[in-house]
Design a binder for this molecule. Structure first.
Ligand SMILES: O=C(O)CC[C@@H](O)C(=O)O
Ligand SMILES: [Zn+2]
Length: 522
């Protein structure tokens, strides 16, 4: 049984162990919706000589080159490289290349650049904005064979790794040293660290551990002309000139390919626990946020929220149940950690209990109800209430998915406006990373058989919603990136001057425009 917070009696809890926040989600079974099609610009057409060239330069060509030049559809493996995780896009690539070293990536790009062949770099292909699959017949450059962990520097807690390592493998590797990656996502079982870097992926840990921009100490990146930029000395302090690594982090594969990274890693907390609160209005959500930040300070490791529609969607489509039920307007998940490794397990338990007890005293008149986990499975159950909402919307039907940054006081009015706009056509929920101003809006129409309605609504909704975000001085992407889905709106959300400098940088590094065409810039 979960232990309930009640204003009259807060009982001491038993806190044990540590658990991952959730297992990986997988959207591979979704019915397919094709949303974007693009005719490539003046790229060359891939021919047999090109394929033979790649076979000649790559180690183990039998696994490094996956081709279907004739377009017979004989390679089902190629179909995986062509299809995005949400099953919203299907490209028409005839060739996927799987290099095994930075040198091979360099040779591939050099050749593609000289032949004007377009390239889509691909990591775990778990992105949500259509950024990692071809829109036409671009060559897929997959990093999935570059999956070696290079090592961990215990003096400076810096991990060195190849880009194609799955995030979960890094989590497991670092555990032996008592450390963890600074980033964690629902897709941890499939996403690659290189893809996380290329998209500057966020997630629930960002509040505490900051972004990948902040934690990346060094990178190796390959430019479209094959030049290797090796910055893997991994010096914590290196104040010499422009930090080119930042150009590649979040560039969504439009400037080059990240092949290695050196990442600063935080210690795994000695202990942690989570509580779930129910609230009746959004002002109170903000109050709990402020109280948690003020009172818990550095012990606050995550704070998330979800609204009642998101909670209902979870109930309707997944096996996960909210221990606080379904009658409240808002819910918040608060995670508290203790970092003092010299404390005993009992002391840790008490330290965390005291933290929650102190927080509860401050918010007891604000919350309607609350529970604290008593063991690792309850922690997971609480996290599932938040992390599995995605799965619920996905099962409801075709989903509009957004990841906005907004001033927090605009969250409720913003959601109301979207609900008004979509009317009865969709179920719309808001949830996300309240601690860093990032709201996810998911809106699902029922089922997968009304693509016409979906597209009609999209036409109405998107120009309007993205300009609303601009009016509110927010960002159209807090963490998922621009990809191809948001590319038409990218320039709306940035000043002309900024877009112009970005395009100049793109022009310098990728003058032939071979890298990930139609992503980021429309
Ligand atoms: O699928 C989504 O819309 C959000 C996914 C992820 O960023 C999350 O925070 O759960
Ligand atoms: Zn998120």
């Amino acid at each position: 049984m979960f232990r309930h917070y009640k204003a009259s009696s807060l009982l001491r809890q038993t806190l044990v162990g540590r658990t991952s926040v959730s297992s990986s989600l997988n959207c591979a079974s979704a019915p397919q919706i094709i949303l974007v099609h693009s005719q490539n610009r003046s790229y060359s057409k891939l021919n047999q000589d090109d394929v033979n060239h790649f076979k000649g330069i790559l180690n183990k060509p039998e696994v490094a080159v996956i081709e279907d030049l004739e377009g017979t559809g004989s390679s089902s493996e190629l179909s995986g490289y062509n299809t995005d995780w949400l099953n919203k896009l299907k490209g028409n690539s005839k060739l996927a290349l799987r290099p095994s070293s930075t040198e091979e990536v360099s040779q591939i790009l050099k050749y593609c650049n000289s032949r004007q062949l377009a390239v889509v770099p691909q990591g775990g292909n778990t992105g949500l904005v259509g950024g990692s699959v071809p829109l036409d017949d671009e060559i897929v450059l997959s990093l999935n064979r570059m999956n070696n962990i290079i090592g961990f520097d215990k003096n400076y807690s810096i991990l060195k790794t190849q880009a194609g390592v799955v995030l979960e493998k890094l989590i497991e590797y670092l555990e032996q040293f008592g450390y963890m990656p600074p980033v964690d996502l629902g897709a941890r079982g499939s996403c690659h660290i290189g893809g996380n870097l290329a998209t500057n992926a966020g997630g629930i840990k960002l509040l505490k551990y900051n972004s990948l921009h902040a934690n990346t100490i060094g990178l190796t990146a390959v430019l479209p002309d094959g030049t290797i930029l090796d910055n893997m000395r991994a010096l914590r302090k290196d104040n010499t000139g422009y930090h080119l690594k930042h150009l590649f982090i979040g560039s969504e594969g439009t400037l080059g390919v990240i092949t290695e990274a050196a990442i600063l890693c935080p210690k795994i907390p000695a202990a942690h626990n989570v509580a779930l609160f129910a609230l009746d209005n959004f002002d109170k959500v903000e109050e709990v946020l402020r109280a948690s930040k003020d009172y818990l300070s550095e012990n606050l490791t995550a704070i998330e929220f979800f609204d009642s529609e998101s909670n209902n969607i979870l109930k309707d489509h997944t096996k996960h149940r909210n221990p606080l039920g379904y009658s409240h307007n808002y819910y918040m998940v608060v995670e508290v950690s203790n970092f003092d490794n010299t404390s005993t397990a009992e002391e840790n338990t008490k330290i965390i209990e005291d933290k929650f007890f102190g927080l509860f005293e401050k918010i007891s008149t604000v919350i309607e109800d609350g529970v604290i986990a008593q063991d690792s499975s309850q922690r997971e159950a609480i996290w599932n209430c938040r992390e599995r909402i995605v799965e619920g919307f996905f099962k409801e039907g075709m989903t509009f998915k957004y990841d906005f940054s907004l001033p927090i006081d605009k969250f409720p009015v913003f959601l109301d406006k979207i609900r008004d706009k979509l009317g009865d056509h969709a179920r719309t929920g808001g949830y996300g990373h309240i601690g860093d101003g990032n709201i996810h809006v998911n809106a699902s129409i029922k089922g997968y058989d009304n693509l016409k309605l979906f597209k009609e609504l999209q036409k109405e909704l998107e120009p309007w919603v993205f300009s609303l975000v601009e009016d509110y001085e927010g960002s159209i992407s807090a963490e998922h990136g621009i990809g191809s889905f948001k590319a038409p709106y990218f320039e709306l959300n940035k000043s002309n001057k900024m877009v112009s400098v970005m395009k100049q940088i793109k022009g310098v590094l990728d003058p032939n425009g071979i890298m990930n065409p139609h992503k980021l810039f429309d």
